[in-house]
Design a protein around this ligand. Structure first.
Ligand code: MV4
Length: 502
C-alpha cells in the first residue's frame, strides 16, 4: 500500500498530483531546485527536499538526487508528472532497483514507444493503422528515393528517437530529398545521439486527436474517449477539448478500440495516451504513444468524471480498475486553455517575472489548475505555463461562453500573458464552428494578431479615455490604483465621478 508519494516534478502538475494524494490520505513529498524554494508545490507538500541548482539537468533531471530524496523521505512511490523524467526508462528502472514504485508503465513500454520505428512495427503487428511509410530505418539516399517512389510526395522524414514534433522534416520536391535526408540524420544525431530516421507519407492539414487509456495489472484496458488537440503553435498545444467536434459515434468506438489494442500490444500499465492524426476524410493513423499523464488530462476528467491521478495510484497499488468500458460516458463538453507567461505581440517570447497581482476566475463549471500567487517570481529556467483553465458546459456552445467569461475575469499583472490571445481564439468563426485543424493558428494569423481590442480591454479603454478627458478639463487628480478586486477600478472610478457630476 502506497502511503507516501514523492512527486518528481514542479509547478502546477506537482500541485495537481499532491491534491489527489491528499484526498487519498497519502503523504506527499516535494523536490525542488534552488530556483523553486518559494514554489507552491513546495508549500503544498508535507515535506520537501532540495535536489540541486536551477538548471533542470542538475535538478529535475538528476535521477540520483531524486532517488536520494525518495530514500531520505521514506516514500514508497514516485509520481513523475509530465516532461522531465516521466518517459525516461532508465529512471523507471532505477526506481525498480530501489524497491520504489514508479507511478507509470514499466521500462519496456516506455522504451518500445520511445523508439518510433519500433513503435510503428509493434502497432502494425497489433493491427493498429499507421501512416503509410517505412517500417525500418532508412540507411541511404537511394533507399529513401525508392520509398518515395512507392508512396509519393510529399513525405516527412522523422527521427526514430524524436516525437512531439522534434526531429521532423517535410519534403515536397524530389530535388530536396537527398539534402533533407542528410540534414534530418545529422540533426537527429545532434539532438538525440541517434541518427535513425524513417519516412512517412505527409498527411495534409491533419487533426490531432488522442485517446486516453487506463490499464491495470489484471489485464483490463479501457479508453476514456478522445481529446481534440489540433490548436497548437510550433508543436506547443494551446487549447484542447473533448469531445472532438470532428468525431462521430462510430469513429469514436473504432478509434477507441484501436487505442486499447495499441496499449495491449506493449502490455501497458497505468495512464497513457494514443495520438492519432486524422485526415479531413476521417482516415486515422497512429502517430505515437505518450507513456505518461498529459497536460490536457483535466478535460477528460471533467467529461468522463474520473480522477486520472487517483486511478494511476490505484493501479500502482495493484488494484483493478473500478469501472468497465461500458460504464463510461462522455457528459457535456470541456475546453482547456493554457495560460502562458509570454508575449503574443513579440513572437510569444517567454515573459517570466514577478506576479504583482492575480485574480483567478471561479464559479460554476470552472477549474483552474495553477501554482502561482501574488509576489511569486516565475523562474526563467522552466516552461512558462502558469495555469490551465478548464471550462465545462452541457454543450460546446456553453463551454465556450463559460471560457470567455473566465478569461474576462482572469487578471494577471507583472508578467505578460496570452489571455487576450485566447479570448480572440474563442471569438474566431472557425473555432466557434468547430471547424479547425492543426493549421488553425497560422490560418487565422490576421484575426488573432489584430490590434483590435477585445472583452475587458474594450471596456477599460473606453473608461480610461473618459478619465483622460476628465483630467484635461479639471485639476490634476490621483488616478485609481488597481487593488485586484473582481472587475475594474477604472470603471468604479468613472461611476463615482458621474455621481459627483449629477
Ligand atoms: C505528421 C504530420 C503529417 N504527416 N506526420 C507533429 C507532432 C508529431 N507528433 C508529429 N507531427 C506531425 N506528423 C505525417 N506523416 C503532421 C504533424 C504535425 C502535427 C501533428 C499533430 C499536431 C500538430 C501538428 C502540427 C504540424 C505538423
Amino acid at each position: 500500500m502506497i502511503r507516501k508519494v514523492l512527486v518528481a516534478n514542479r509547478a502546477e502538475i506537482a500541485v495537481r498530483v499532491m491534491r489527489s494524494c491528499r484526498e487519498m490520505g497519502i503523504r506527499s513529498v516535494a523536490v525542488f531546485s534552488d530556483a523553486d524554494r518559494k514554489s507552491m508545490h513546495v508549500r503544498y507538500a508535507d515535506e520537501a527536499y532540495n535536489i540541486g541548482p536551477a538548471p533542470s539537468r542538475e535538478s529535475y533531471l538528476n535521477i540520483e538526487a531524486i532517488i536520494g530524496a525518495a530514500k531520505a523521505s521514506g516514500a514508497d512511490a514516485i509520481h513523475p508528472g509530465y516532461g522531465f523524467l516521466s518517459e525516461n526508462a532508465a529512471f523507471a528502472t532505477r526506481c525498480q532497483e530501489e524497491g520504489i514504485i514508479f507511478v507509470g508503465p514499466d521500462p519496456y513500454a516506455i522504451t518500445t514507444m520511445g523508439d518510433k520505428i519500433i513503435a510503428r512495427q509493434t502497432m502494425i503487428a497489433a493491427g493498429v493503422p499507421v501512416v503509410p511509410g517505412t517500417t525500418e530505418k532508412i540507411n541511404d539516399e537511394q533507399q529513401a528515393l525508392e520509398i518515395v517512389n512507392q508512396i509519393g510526395l510529399p513525405v516527412m522524414i522523422k527521427a526514430s528517437a524524436g516525437g512531439g514534433g522534434k526531429g521532423m522534416r517535410l519534403v515536397r520536391q524530389i530535388e530536396e530529398l537527398g539534402s533533407s535526408f542528410r540534414r534530418a540524420k545529422s540533426e537527429a544525431m545532434n539532438a538525440f545521439g541517434n541518427d535513425s530516421v524513417y519516412i512517412e507519407k505527409y498527411i495534409q492539414s491533419p487533426h490531432h486527436i488522442e485517446f486516453q487509456i487506463l490499464a491495470d495489472n489484471q489485464g483490463n484496458v479501457i479508453h476514456l474517449f478522445e481529446r481534440e488537440c489540433s490548436i497548437q503553435r510550433r508543436h506547443q498545444k494551446v487549447i484542447e477539448e473533448t469531445p472532438s467536434p470532428l468525431m462521430n459515434p462510430e469513429l469514436r468506438r473504432e478509434m477507441g478500440e484501436k487505442a486499447v489494442q495499441a496499449a495491449r500490444a506493449v502490455n501497458y500499465k497505468g495512464a497513457g495516451t494514443i495520438e492519432f492524426i486524422v485526415s479531413d476524410n476521417l482516415e486515422y493513423y497512429f502517430l505515437e504513444m505518450n507513456t505518461r499523464l498529459q497536460v490536457e488530462h483535466p478535460v477528460t476528467e471533467r467529461v468522463v468524471g474520473v480522477d486520472l491521478v487517483k486511478e494511476q495510484i490505484n493501479i500502482a497499488n495493484g488494484n483493478p480498475l473500478p469501472f468497465r468500458q461500458e460504464n463510461l460516458r462522455q457528459f457535456g463538453h470541456a475546453i482547456q486553455c493554457r495560460i502562458y507567461a509570454e508575449d503574443p505581440d513579440n513572437n510569444f517570447m517567454p515573459n517570466p517575472g514577478v506576479i504583482s497581482h492575480i485574480t483567478e476566475p471561479h464559479g460554476l463549471g470552472l477549474r483552474c489548475d495553477g501554482y502561482v500567487y501574488e509576489g511569486y517570481e516565475i523562474p526563467i529556467y522552466y516552461d512558462p505555463m502558469i495555469t490551465k483553465l478548464i471550462s465545462w458546459g452541457e454543450t460546446r456552445t456553453e463551454a465556450i461562453a463559460r471560457m470567455k467569461r473566465a478569461l474576462y475575469e482572469y487578471k494577471i499583472t507583472g508578467v505578460k500573458t496570452n489571455i487576450k490571445f485566447l479570448e480572440k481564439i474563442m471569438d474566431t468563426k472557425d473555432f466557434k464552428d468547430g471547424k479547425y485543424n492543426t493549421h488553425f493558428i497560422e490560418n487565422n494569423e490576421e484575426i488573432l494578431h489584430a490590434s483590435r481590442l477585445c472583452g475587458t480591454e474594450c471596456e477599460d479603454m473606453a473608461i480610461m479615455a473618459a478619465f483622460v478627458d476628465f483630467l484635461t478639463k479639471t485639476e490634476r487628480i490621483q488616478p485609481p490604483h488597481y487593488t485586484g478586486e473582481l472587475g475594474s477600478n477604472w470603471k468604479d472610478f468613472g461611476r463615482k465621478r458621474n455621481v459627483l457630476r449629477l
